[in-house]
Design a protein around this ligand. Structure first.
Ligand SMILES: Cc1cc2nc3c(=O)[nH]c(=O)nc-3n(C[C@H](O)[C@H](O)[C@H](O)COP(=O)(O)O)c2cc1C
Length: 306
């Protein structure tokens, strides 16, 4: 079979031309990658996490390289929701891809206000609710670690939006299934996971933490097996679609998540190493389907034999 395989995927109310998306915080607002990537070929772009007011983020250094990964404690530096809608979104509307807005609040009220800010706003395919950031003092992972709080945030966002709602889970918990079920029961349309794993690194000459924030979020290939296992557990815990994230570098990594049952994947840290990683992954998925005689990528999703 040499015909181009069908890569389209449907995640509840969200349809995408292929299952390859960029992960929040690793692809700016999309425009930064315009000269490097044909953005129209992407399944989806998830923009940097937005808060109600602009945030400067944490003091530097806020990035440290680790074996097979990196630690970051950016602290959600972002331009704020109003500037995004005014200055970034009009340009993003011209791109033929699903633009997904990642939101972050310091309280349940703020999550509700962020959802309202995008009500009726065109060119936003879905909201991704970050309840899993390890690098900010208030909120973030505080919500995401507790199924009851996660449920409350989800409910408030779902009630106040006209967009599909993706809830992004933290891996820093003992029972990912319980969290996944809590947000599903509260009305989430889709779950995405994982966000970064909390970690730290020390400079032995100065005997100081390598990050000014002391701890940070670990991402990259180092976290892939953990991510894959948690995605598989989530897939087996809920009926709503799951997006797999964590350490995806090439199409083989993406395939592992799809075979485990993720309906789409997000590519994060890989963009820093190879800005065209997403393009290579899309081509690789096509090639794999052709080689195996598979005409529709959906035949691969959840095809794990145990
Ligand atoms: C520098 C950096 C910034 C990030 N910023 C955000 C963010 O604003 N919101 C969010 O939900 N996740 C954020 N993440 C988490 C990623 O979206 C992703 O979940 C995580 O890095 C795991 O995927 P990866 O191993 O492919 O990078 C960030 C990650 C990195 C490395």
């Amino acid at each position: 079979m040499n015909r181009s395989p069908d890569l389209r995927v449907t995640l509840g109310p969200l349809e995408m031309k292929n299952p390859v998306m960029t992960a929040s915080g690793t692809f700016g607002y999309g425009c930064e990658f315009e000269s490097l990537v044909d953005l129209n070929l992407l399944g989806g772009i998830v923009v940097k996490g937005l808060s109600l007011k602009p945030m400067a983020g944490n003091p530097v250094p806020r990035i440290a390289e680790t074996p097979a990964g990196m630690l970051n404690a950016i602290g959600l530096a972002n331009i704020g929701v109003n500037e995004f809608i005014e200055k970034k979104l009009p340009w993003l509307r011209g791109i033929d891809t699903s633009v997904i807005v990642n939101i972050y609040g310091h309280s349940t009220d703020e999550y509700e206000d962020l959802a309202k800010a995008f009500k009726g706003v065109e060119g936003v395919a879905a909201l991704e609710v970050n309840i899993s950031c390890p690098n900010v003092e208030m909120g973030g992972m505080v919500f995401g670690k507790d199924p009851a709080l996660s449920a409350r945030v989800t409910e408030r966002v779902v009630k106040n939006t006209d967009k599909p709602v993706i809830v992004k889970l933290t891996p820093n918990v003992t029972d990912i299934g319980a969290l996944a079920r809590a947000v599903e029961e509260s009305g989430a349309d889709i779950i995405s996971l994982i966000n970064t794993l909390t970690g730290m690194a020390i400079d032995i000459e100065r005997r100081r933490p390598k990050l000014a924030n002391v701890s940070g979020g670990l991402s990259g290939p180092a976290i892939k097996p953990v991510a894959l296992y948690q995605v598989w557990q989530a897939v087996n815990s809920v009926k709503i679609p799951v997006i797999g994230i964590g350490g995806i570098i090439d199409y083989r990594d993406a395939l592992e998540f799809l075979i485990a049952g993720a309906k789409a994947v997000q590519v994060g840290t890989a963009n820093f190493v190879n800005p065209r990683a997403t393009m290579d992954i899309i081509e690789g998925l096509k090639g794999y389907c052709i080689e195996k005689g598979i005409d529709d990528i959906n035949r691969i999703i959840g095809s794990l034999n145990i």
